[in-house]
Design a protein around this ligand. Structure first.
Ligand code: ADP
Ligand code: MG
Length: 156
């Protein structure tokens, strides 16, 4: 088994949410997902679906000003970071490092460059390429240990 790269087209925010939802339905706890794109790429939109797929009914919004938000999802918690405004990792790196792999935590990070050094080797990375007004390509890099996160519905 080796790292796989999937390229998935989406042509609406709803479709991007659905992809997130399918992945959210597969989480077991302890996963770290890094989202990479320019502003407006659809990272937060994806997280909205991810939270729903995990069974959360909490409202997902961008943690740009608060750096992180938490959503309750049954016995799990989704930790949503947006480190756009963070110049130095500092304590935030400790927090991310502590959450990564915690069995009841799922961690999703927008603008994670600054904490790159503490992300686990088995991180699911999703780069969103903006192709047009509503067209996006999700480039999903999935290590073999996280293959269970990518169900057939997502890559069909
Ligand atoms: P980011 O978190 O990457 O800055 P957001 O999810 O906050 O991005 O915003 C994405 C914007 O792009 C939203 O206004 C959304 O409606 C719009 N959009 C248009 N098409 C798509 C698509 N296919 N997938 C995701 N978002 C899309
Ligand atoms: Mg965002």
């Amino acid at each position: 088994m080796s790292t796989k790269v999937y390229r998935i087209r989406t042509t609406s925010p709803e479709t991007t949410e659905h992809i997130g939802e399918h992945i959210g339905a597969c989480v077991r706890g302890g996963e770290v997902i890094e989202l990479v794109s320019d502003l407006g790429g659809g990272k937060t939109t994806f997280v909205r679906g991810l939270a729903r797929g995990m069974g959360s009914t909490d409202r997902v919004s961008s943690p740009t000003f608060t750096l992180s938000r938490e959503y309750a999802a049954g016995e799990r918690t989704l930790y949503h970071f947006d480190l756009y405004r963070l110049n130095e990792a500092g304590l935030m790196a400790d927090e991310v490092a502590e959450l990564a792999g915690a069995p009841h935590a799922v961690t999703v990070i927008e603008w994670g460059d600054v904490v790159q050094h503490v992300l686990p080797k088995h991180t699911l990375r999703i780069a969103i390429h903006v192709l047009g007004d509503t067209e996006r390509e999700l480039e999903v890099t999935c290590p073999p240990e996280l293959a269970y996160l990518i169900p057939k519905e997502v890559i069909a």
